[in-house]
Design a protein around this ligand. Structure first.
Ligand code: UT7
Length: 325
């Protein structure tokens, strides 16, 4: 049985349609919704986001990211024995996006399932894959975060529709004799369900309630800043490490102000903070693997670096994964 699991390949994918803040402001103005590049950049750090074409699904984006991760790991899809997809915007109510993606990869037989922890989905999925590898239930896992949040945005609500985008990120996690994932720390507190939710559901052939995203931005902001620090500290303590051992902090890419505040609380210089939110907005469960892959491919993150991945989002859910890349 393997003692550890380790990331051996990363991949990501953004759909081709890119909207700058100015593009989005023009589009929203046509329906009487006012916003500006200045407001969006100042409050969030976001400059642009990508939107998938109407016929492109969550599993399509995840498939592209997964292919890139497999290539980076030097593996074929047929080598994979576990698929976990983190998403809140799956193709269908069921089956899972993971099963659909498995079929797109041309493989069958291995377990495939979705994890629903909204923007914390990727750190939840990585933790579950790590645990399954450590018990011997799997040896080569694809862990994917993929979202089409554009489908659940209320474009009449300027406080939320400017924040989110579509995209996917993936990693191959393999059994290893040397340490990869060092510690993780996951949490949820369901009493905060109302501050970030899509309250609609399907019943009797109809959508009941509102199927668009609702968020109390300030409440989410306040909670996020506190829990991101505590989860990182808990993961460090489990690994007998300190904040000074972190080479790169990769928080959920939602808002530059939350990310910078987390770095400050962990006493990390801003040079150690990985930032890609400017280029794709908040892509929920896809944001961490997107940021990871971008930084690996740019040469910023190198083999052996110590990474702190952190997610926070609807549920309320939050968590951290500390790893040797
Ligand atoms: O993935 C889940 C994690 N989610 C998050 O991390 C989101 C956390 N929250 C946030 O990032 C911030 O709370 C927001 C970016 C959502 C909002 O920033 P804020 O600094 O909390 O702004 P606010 O909600 O207090 O709004 C300030 C003003 C308001 O106008 P008044 O009432 O002061 O006149 C809003 O109506 O900004 C106005 N406003 C906008 N103006 C231009 C809100 N949205 C916009 C907009 N363009 N898009």
């Amino acid at each position: 049985m393997a003692t550890y699991s380790r990331i051996t390949g990363t991949g990501s994918y953004l759909p081709p349609q890119r909207l700058t803040n100015a593009d989005l402001a023009i589009r929203l103005a046509a329906t009487g919704v006012e916003t500006s590049d200045e407001w969006i950049v100042e409050r969030t750090g976001i400059h642009a986001r990508h939107f998938a074409a109407p016929d492109v699904s969550c599993s399509d984006l995840g498939f592209e990211a997964a292919k890139n991760a497999l290539q980076a790991a030097g593996l074929q899809a047929s080598d994979i024995d576990l698929i976990i997809v983190a998403t809140s915007t799956p193709d269908m109510v069921f089956p899972s996006a993971a099963c659909i993606l498995q079929s797109k990869l041309g493989i069958a037989g291995c377990p495939a399932f979705d994890i629903q922890a909204v923007c914390s989905g990727f750190v939840y999925a990585l933790t579950v894959a790590d645990a399954m590898i450590k018990t011997g239930a799997a040896s080569k896992a694809l862990v994917i975060g993929t979202e089409v949040f554009s489908r659940i945005l209320d474009f009449s609500d300027r406080a939320t529709c400017v924040l989110f985008g579509d995209g996917a990120g993936a990693v191959v996690l393999e059994a290893s004799d040397t340490p990869g994932i060092l510690a993780s720390d996951l949490h949820a507190d369901g009493k905060h369900v109302g501050i970030l939710c899509v309250p609609g559901h399907v019943s009797g052939g109809k959508v009941i309630g509102d199927p668009l995203l609702k968020m109390d931005g300030q409440a989410v902001f306040k909670l996020a800043v506190g829990v991101l620090e505590s989860a990182a500290r808990a993961a460090l303590a489990k690994a007998n490490m300190t904040d000074q051992d972190i080479d790169w902090l990769i928080p959920h890419q939602a808002n530059i102000r939350i990310m910078q505040s987390t770095a400050k609380k962990l006493k990390l210089p801003l040079e150690k903070l990985i930032v890609t939110v400017d280029q794709h907005g908040n892509t929920s469960a896809a944001s961490i693997p997107l940021a990871l892959d971008t930084s690996v491919r740019s040469g910023k993150i190198k083999k052996g670096d110590t990474l702190m991945l952190e997610g926070v989002g609807g549920g309320f859910t939050w968590g951290a994964v500390l790893l040797n890349y």
